[in-house]
Write a protein that binds this ligand. Sequence first.
Ligand SMILES: Cc1cc2nc3c(=O)[nH]c(=O)nc-3n(C[C@H](O)[C@H](O)[C@H](O)COP(=O)(O)O)c2cc1C
Length: 160
Amino acid sequence: MKKALVTYFSCGGTTQATGEKIATVMNYDVAEIEPEEAYSREDLNWKDKESRSSIEMQDESARPDYKTLDKNLQEYDLVFIGFPIWWGIEPRIIDHFLEKENLKDKVLIPFVTSGGSQIDQAQARLEENYGGKLKFLEGRRWGRNIEAEEIKTWIDDLEI
Ligand SMILES: Cc1cc2nc3c(=O)[nH]c(=O)nc-3n(C[C@H](O)[C@H](O)[C@H](O)COP(=O)(O)O)c2cc1C
């Protein structure tokens, strides 16, 4: 059987709760992509052009550091990658994760939470920037209420 790991980046806890729910329902392992330097409330203020998140999202090459994962990625075939939508796309820390880790032979499945944005723009960017090297399946945006049955159906439909 294929072995799956759910990774996630989360500042406010929504993506964390989603990732943990997926892991619990499917009996997958879970690991946080934890920033080396935690984001403060001010850092996350998207209305402030000078906030840390704004500065990072305005800089295509920003690659915030994260702590070493507490799971060994090489033990897994499937890696779910969860993140909040920032400025319509993936936070730069996710780009860092995709570039730094050896994910070449794995199947990657993005999932996101957001204030309303869909996953499409993030998915398109991931395909465009990394599609030559990495294999992504179609990801999914989750709202606040997430049912076990919906998770199972989603993963069944991925045919992994
Ligand atoms: C810096 C920043 C930028 C955001 N940009 C968007 C956006 O473009 N579209 C959207 O729907 N939500 C946006 N959001 C809202 C988050 O995607 C949403 O609250 C998400 O569920 C937060 O996940 P978390 O609690 O795991 O951090 C943004 C939030 C932050 C902090």
